[in-house]
Ligand binder design. Structure first.
Ligand code: ADP
Ligand code: MG
Length: 323
């Protein structure tokens, strides 16, 4: 198969490559993510293969499904199901109503995806609002949107990760300090995202990245005034995610049993201030987001490149299976 068989049209540019919309031969709408293979180190090539392999293996309602891929000398194209409801924050600001109940419903789905990934020793490691999309946007009362986690470009499987990439503002203290990232790092990012979707504000000094990073490492944050309308259950949930020490954070399994998630605290109050703040936050994000991604610069040690080169071969081989 070739890209031209999919009637590919540019969608929007991502960080690493380009994104296209297209139609798969069976008629289903797809998104095609182009990953360039030129001028890449062995480690970078291996990380691209890992992204594809992990997506291929994941079968979960809240994780975007990889339908197929095209591997050419210069590029690898990931062909995945297309979610049409926009990213998480885009959908929140355009909804008719938005309450803590809705926010909780979103977080429940993310937790379900995380619990699946973490059970399989997969850490996502770049969890942020941009990397969550809505399956569709249906403006019907009572319609429950389905979230899909995307972008496995930074993921780690067991001890295996070839290139470290993170986004400042969501990355955990251990990621910022270049210590070992684990599934618990995702839980820190979840704390940040939960804070944002409930208040429309960032828990740390987002406008000033170096101050923000200092605060993250020291665990310095406070409640935005929008939290006056939010339940103590939700605040407890966030607090338990934003712990500096990975082992003190809730695990995804425990988080699923947290009172806020399980059932208590159904709260239908409109989060008006939060939504207004979110619009402003999104504007800041547009300006800043490109500067907050820290990639390739922190390369995996040469050890991984040499000692694990057998693994690189094997993931390429496994990824080729079933074609
Ligand atoms: N399957 C998909 N359905 C809908 N939109 C998608 C899909 N995959 C990616 N996108 C959109 O493209 C953007 C970039 O994709 P992503 O995989 O996150 O690439 P990058 O690694 O460059 O961040 C996402 O933030 C999202 O807006
Ligand atoms: Mg992304």
């Amino acid at each position: 198969m070739k890209l031209t068989d999919l009637d590919a049209q540019p969608y929007r540019s991502g960080g690493f490559g380009e994104i296209y919309t297209g139609t798969y031969p069976d008629g289903q709408p797809v998104i095609i993510k182009k990953l360039s293979r030129t001028n890449k180190s062995t480690a970078q090539l291996a990380q691209i293969q890992l992204e594809m392999l992990i997506m291929k293996r994941c079968k979960h309602e809240n994780i975007i499904r990889l339908i197929d891929y095209i591997c050419e000398d210069e590029n690898l194209y990931l062909i995945m199901e297309r979610a049409t409801g926009g990213t998480l924050m885009e959908s929140i600001v355009s909804r008719q109503h938005y309450s803590e109940y809705d926010a909780r419903y979103f977080i429940q789905q993310i937790l379900s995806a995380f619990n699946y990934l973490h059970r399989h020793e997969i850490a996502h490691l770049d969890f942020k609002p941009d990397n969550v999309v809505l399956k569709d946007m249906i403006n019907q009362p009572g319609y429950k949107p389905i979230l899909k986690l995307i972008d496995f470009g930074s993921c780690k499987f067991g001890q295996t990760q070839f290139v470290r990439q993170m986004t400042q503002g969501y990355a955990s203290p251990e990621q910022l300090l270049k210590k070992e990232a684990t599934v618990q790092s995702d839980m820190f990012s979840l704390g940040v995202v939960t804070y944002i979707i409930l208040s429309g504000a960032h828990p740390f000094d987002f406008k000033n990245p170096s101050h923000m990073n200092e605060q993250i490492i020291k665990g310095q944050w406070s409640w935005n005034p929008a939290f006056d309308q939010v339940s103590d259950f939700a605040k407890d949930f966030i607090t338990r995610c934003l712990k500096i020490e990975p082992s003190e954070r809730m695990t995804s399994k425990n988080a699923m049993r947290h009172a806020w998630i399980e059932n208590v605290g159904l709260n239908f109050k409109e989060l008006e201030l939060s939504r207004n703040q979110m619009k402003q936050f999104m504007a800041v994000l547009k300006l800043k987001s490109a500067f907050l991604v820290v990639k390739a610069s922190i390369m995996v040690s040469e050890m991984v490149e040499t000692q694990e080169s057998g693994f690189v071969d094997s993931i390429i081989k496994v990824a080729g299976e079933g074609k």
